[in-house]
Design a protein around this ligand. Structure first.
Ligand code: GDP
Ligand code: MG
Length: 240
């Protein structure tokens, strides 16, 4: 609970068996989160057993993809404030307070992982990923004339439930570039959004998205096309 608002944390999982229990406990130990929802999206064997040892609720989402998992989490969550994170231990649960600092003023608060002094040793945020994310974020910032942006791939974010209810019918992306789709939709629908620096740590286990630099480059190019495509559709809420 934060100033009378209940908090749900949504954790999609695919390949985080060895870290998910710790991440759930980190959020639980903060003592301010009412509900932790794990969306098991055909996750690694043994994941459910790890989750069962915690207070989290596990929901099975068979439709494959990061976007599908998050949208399911948004539909299931009951809190007033919905926090999305990752169970791979790359983020700090206590950074939730940075997001909460802005909920009085804004509708959606996004994290950014490209703040140099918050990138931990061995985090997967080398030169290319850091400046690649920054460059695509600048494209987004210029094309949509937004507040300052410096990352398009950060999955740690907070959104108010009534805001996400309005956005849900318009989400189309089921895969890994759901993150920027949500950002663009938020800008197009006129919600007040800001991006704030968060810690970014070394991952436990193998990354299935940006661990491979070729995959990361392809994802970056897909994101650029998605952003341009969404910009070219001038209908306000956009069934783009
Ligand atoms: N639902 C779902 N989530 C996925 C899939 N692949 C990756 N993820 C999730 O997407 C997030 C990012 O994946 P990760 O492997 O950590 O990539 P990285 O953060 O770029 O290193 C994690 O929370 C994963 O659980 C997938 O196929 N389906
Ligand atoms: Mg990750």
């Amino acid at each position: 609970m934060f100033r009378g608002s209940t908090i749900s944390v949504i954790l999609p999982t695919f390949n985080e068996k060895d870290s998910i229990r710790k991440v759930i406990e980190d959020f639980d130990h903060l003592g301010i989160v009412e509900e932790i929802i794990v969306i098991n999206n055909n996750a690694a064997e043994g994941t459910s057993e790890e989750v069962a040892q915690t207070k989290a609720i596990e929901i099975i989402e068979p439709d494959q993809g990061y976007g599908s998992a998050i949208q399911r989490g948004f539909r299931e969550a009951k809190g007033d404030l919905l926090v999305v994170c990752e169970p791979d231990d790359t983020f700090l649960a206590k950074d939730i307070y940075k997001f909460l600092a802005y909920v009085d003023d804004l509708d959606i608060i996004y994290g950014t992982r490209t703040t140099k002094n918050l990138i931990w040793e061995k985090a997967n945020m080398g030169f290319l990923l850091r400046w690649g994310n920054w460059a695509v974020a600048k494209l987004l910032e210029i094309l949509f004339n937004t507040n300052y942006l410096s990352d398009v791939g950060c999955t740690y974010r907070l959104v108010k439930r009534e805001v996400v209810q309005n956005m849900l019918p318009y989400f189309k992306v089921k895969s890994n570039f759901f993150g920027p789709e949500m950002m663009v939709l938020g800008f197009k629908m006129g919600y007040k959004c800001v991006q704030i620096p968060v810690n970014y740590k070394e991952r436990v286990g193998i990354s299935s998205v940006t661990g491979d630099i070729r995959k990361a480059i392809v994802l970056g190019i897909q994101m650029i096309f998605l952003i341009l495509f969404m910009r070219l559709d001038f209908r306000k809420k956009s069934i783009y």
